[in-house]
Design a protein. Structure first.
Length: 186
């Protein structure tokens, strides 16, 4: 989760408006809510000293606000905490082993994530049973979702594709209007 979403999450958790948070941070008048909106939309990135102030206000670690560095155990933990907040990932224990699971009460998030986790689990089981090599398993993971044949994920067209389609639909609409105008003139 990006820093802007984390700021919004913790601000809402504290029941604060953007204006209230901005004023506490020292932004005056109209700039208070505008500046916070910029941070939350990621039009601007807060400097480290401001991140520390926000963390103090929210009573959280700075790691909870920033994009975690998963190359550290602390960063990994905050990534898992963010996944809990965003996707309902839960920690539990089964047969004396700590495990992570999806929370069914998250509805459509659970359904989508379950399908993707299930596809991953299927590949891990195939590796464990010797049906695929470690290289094939790694290839599947590192090219996901490209090599996933389960069809459990939804692909969203890129912005470039969406822009191209929008332009094409506008051209088609123009042509239809021209044709309709010509029909009326006849």
């Amino acid at each position: 989760m990006a820093i802007g979403k984390r700021i919004r999450f913790f601000r809402n958790r504290k029941g604060m408006t953007q204006k209230q948070l901005g004023e506490i941070l020292g932004f005056l008048g109209k700039t208070s809510d505008v500046r916070m909106a910029q941070y939350e939309s990621e039009a601007r990135t807060p400097k480290q000293d401001l991140v520390k102030e926000m963390a103090n206000i929210f009573d959280v670690s700075t790691h909870a606000l920033t994009v975690p560095d998963i190359d550290t155990y602390i960063g990994l933990m905050h990534t898992l905490f963010a996944l809990e907040d965003m996707y309902g990932l839960k920690i539990g224990e089964i047969d004396g082993e700590v495990c992570l699971r999806l929370d069914k009460s998250t509805g459509s998030t659970y359904s989508s994530m379950f399908d993707m986790f299930h596809a991953w689990q299927e590949q891990a089981a195939r590796l464990e049973q010797g049906e695929i090599t470690k290289e094939e398993y790694d290839q599947w993971r590192y090219k996901y979702p490209e090599l996933d044949t389960s069809g459990h994920w939804v692909s969203v067209p890129s912005q470039a594709v969406r822009d191209m389609l929008a332009k094409e639909f506008q051209e088609i609409e123009k042509e239809e209007k021209k044709a309709s105008k010509k029909e009326k003139q006849k």
